[in-house]
Write a protein that binds this ligand. Structure first.
Ligand SMILES: [Zn+2]
Length: 202
């Protein structure tokens, strides 16, 4: 049994997480973003909502002590621990167009949207069903006037965020593919699933 699941650089993963289980997302080398999307396992039309989360948590900086809410105003996850403390919930997953529009790259470039779609396809999730992701470790700064800028993550090797599922979930995760979000290099993401007692599930 391999307790630590590895998402290789510029790839993704999708899996089921039962109510009460704990998902720990780890940045093993530091400065690597992980996009996370959530769906109700039993009804995929219910999914993670950036707007509902910021509304109910009254913050645009979501971290330990906050919940991640669905488009139907239900709690999907509780954030139990966040050793880095900086995540983003404003920006959509990087997509092929991101690299054309913002990087002026016309050739194929891996992206979180593609990696989420490829891994969620077997659960029947279409590309247009993928919502704004909770961008773990992503460091987006904003000025008083509303100007946004993406900086390298502040996460160091071994930083982690621990989530508790509040309903049965389908989870999509990536190791983000965008140069600017990850300090210019692409690293893996690790994750571990445990039950409520902290015992490791395969
Ligand atoms: Zn990305």
């Amino acid at each position: 049994m391999n307790a630590i699941h590895v998402i290789h650089p510029q790839t993704g993963s999708a899996f089921e997480l039962k109510k009460g289980e704990i998902l720990t997302v780890i940045d093993p080398q530091g400065q690597q973003v992980c996009d996370m999307v959530l769906f109700n396992l039993n009804d995929h039309k219910e999914k993670i909502s950036s707007g509902k989360t910021m509304d109910f948590e009254e913050s645009i900086l979501i971290s330990a002590g906050h919940y991640l809410w669905s488009n139907r105003s239900q709690k999907m996850m509780a954030i139990k621990e966040d050793t880095n403390g900086r995540n983003d919930f404003l920006l959509a997953p990087c997509s092929p167009e991101t690299f054309q529009i913002m990087y002026d790259k016309q050739d194929y470039h891996p992206s979180c949207l593609d990696n989420l779609h490829q891994n969620l396809l077997k659960y029947g999730i279409g590309i247009d069903d993928i919502p704004t992701a909770f961008n773990i470790f992503m460091n987006v700064q904003f000025s008083k006037s509303g100007k946004l800028k993406v900086f390298p993550p502040t996460s160091k090797a071994g930083d982690l965020v621990r989530f508790e599922a509040k309903m049965d979930l389908l989870v999509g995760l990536t190791a983000c593919s965008a140069e600017d979000s990850n300090g210019g290099t692409f690293k893996p993401i690790h994750y571990v699933i445990t039950d409520a007692e902290g015992l490791i599930n395969p």
